[in-house]
Design a protein around this ligand. Structure first.
Ligand code: TRP
Length: 448
């Protein structure tokens, strides 16, 4: 198969694997548990699920159909569908969001990569997982080297092009990740004291739910499903007309949500069993998982290595989708060749990641939004502001400008199964989703 500057998915399965690969990543296994822990557990999870169904699935359909209809990148899509308007700015915002997210995503993914090699050794030494982790991420140089290694892997895959690179790497390893999550769950649930974690995770206490928590749930839903920045527009642009958009949207959202829920079920029982704090923040998964594996003896070392290997792959299939969005723009609109776009943008994104890494240690005294360090500040702006805003504008675009009629027509081309877009979709995308996002924004800035 030749490498074209612009390819197509070679099969339906290849597309689902790639899109689900984009969705399933650190967002499920690292971000979902720690955010859930910060914002109080079960009640947060319920709100999150509500946002997935009412807001994010309609937006997933919309991004995919806009991508397929236009055959363009996140920005070019708007220029193609509605020339001479300013809607391309929504695409530009998305590309900027992708750029920002990948910069710190790669830092965290670098931690996961390092842990393939480190976690076994740490466990063998019987060290305290929290001390070990903090020692690692606060050191000035090593995490940056792992960040660079991860970024180079990402560049390697994306420069190979859509069909040879992304598809091939996406379709194999996710089932393996699910299997090892199940192992983790079984072990975590059988630890003494696990019950408190289960009730934290599954018994809602709405008193714990803050306005900020609701915003975080919305941001988490967008982040986890790779929505709000044109990622699914870009992936949709490689879809052929005979591929089924509504069915794919449900599959991708369902898989992603299931894996996040499983990750929580692995983490929280263990958090409570080991007397850790659920509100620990970004370090939660990296401390809890090695602790669980350490409790399993020699076989635990092996599982630990496997877990972090699979987490790295899951992060890679997500990171490549972020890099692809940024690069597809330079390839389509600026006529750069793929190699040039990927290497230049990869390098610049790497540089932006450096302060996120240093902010864990030597630069930890620098605080930004609400006392957050550099990494958390970028994440807050991207996930809680840029992505929901991008999603909101897409709802307005589809519902009130381009028209749900055209959207439904395009979305249903190739929809063979029982699921098609219709009145429900129209109602959600026109009213429910944009109003929900708007209210959450207003509430979180304290308007009421
Ligand atoms: N969804 C991915 C995860 O859960 C991260 C990701 C990939 C993403 N592409 C995205 C997030 C686009 C927001 C937008 O790890």
């Amino acid at each position: 198969m030749e490498i074209k500057e612009r390819g197509n998915w070679s099969s339906q399965f290849g597309f689902i694997a790639a899109a689900a690969g984009s969705a399933v990543g650190l967002g499920n296994i690292w971000r979902f548990p720690y955010i859930t822990g910060l914002y109080g557990g079960a009640a947060f999870v319920l709100v999150y699920l509500l946002f997935v169904v009412l807001v994010c699935i309609p937006i997933m359909n919309s991004e995919l159909l806009v991508g397929r209809k236009s055959g363009k990148n996140a920005l070019g899509a708007f220029k193609e569908l509605v020339p001479k308007s300013s809607w391309w700015i929504v695409g530009l915002m998305g590309i900027i969001a992708g750029f920002v997210i990948l910069s710190y995503y790669s830092v965290i993914a670098g931690w996961a990569t390092a842990y393939i090699f480190k976690s076994g050794a740490y466990m063998a030494a019987g060290a305290n997982p929290a001390d070990v982790f903090v020692g690692f991420i606060t050191s000035p140089v090593t995490p940056i080297i792992w960040h660079a290694i991860f970024m180079i892997m990402c560049i390697g895959v994306v420069s190979a092009g859509i069909e040879k690179g992304i598809e091939k790497y996406s379709k194999i390893l996710m089932p393996a990740l699910v299997v090892i999550l199940l192992v983790l769950i079984v072990r975590a649930l059988t630890l003494p004291g696990a019950g408190a974690g289960v009730s934290f995770y599954l018994k809602p206490d709405f008193g714990k739910l803050s306005a900020e928590g609701i915003l975080a749930a919305l941001g988490q839903a967008f982040f986890s499903l790779s929505l709000g920045m044109g990622c699914m527009i870009t992936y949709g642009s490689y879809l052929k007309k005979d591929q089924d958009i509504p069915a794919n949207s449900y599959w991708i959202a369902g898989t992603d949500t299931a894996i996040a829920l499983l990750a929580g079920l692995a983490i929280f029982p263990a958090v409570f069993a080991f007397g850790l704090e659920p509100g620990t923040g970004p370090a939660l998964t990296f401390i809890t998982v090695p602790a669980v594996f350490a409790s399993m003896g020699a076989i635990g070392h092996l599982f630990g290595i496997l877990f972090f290997f699979l987490l790295t792959i899951a992060a890679l299939t997500s990171a490549i989708s972020l890099l692809e969005v940024v690069c597809a723009y330079f390839i389509d609109e600026k006529k750069w060749n793929r190699k040039k776009a990927v290497w230049i943008m990869g390098f610049v994104i790497f540089l932006l990641g450096v302060p996120s890494s240093l902010g864990q240690g030597v630069w930890s005294s620098y605080k930004f939004i609400g006392g957050r360090d550099f990494l958390d500040s970028l994440d807050f702006i991207a996930s809680n502001v840029l992505l929901p805003l991008g999603g909101f504008l897409l709802c307005i675009f589809i519902g009130w400008y381009w028209g749900t009629g055209k959207a439904i027509e395009e979305g249903n081309i190739g929809a063979k199964g029982g699921i098609t877009l219709g009145g429900g979709y129209r109602f959600l995308i026109k009213y429910v989703a944009p109003v929900a996002i708007f209210i959450v924004f207003l509430k979180s800035i304290g308007v009421f």
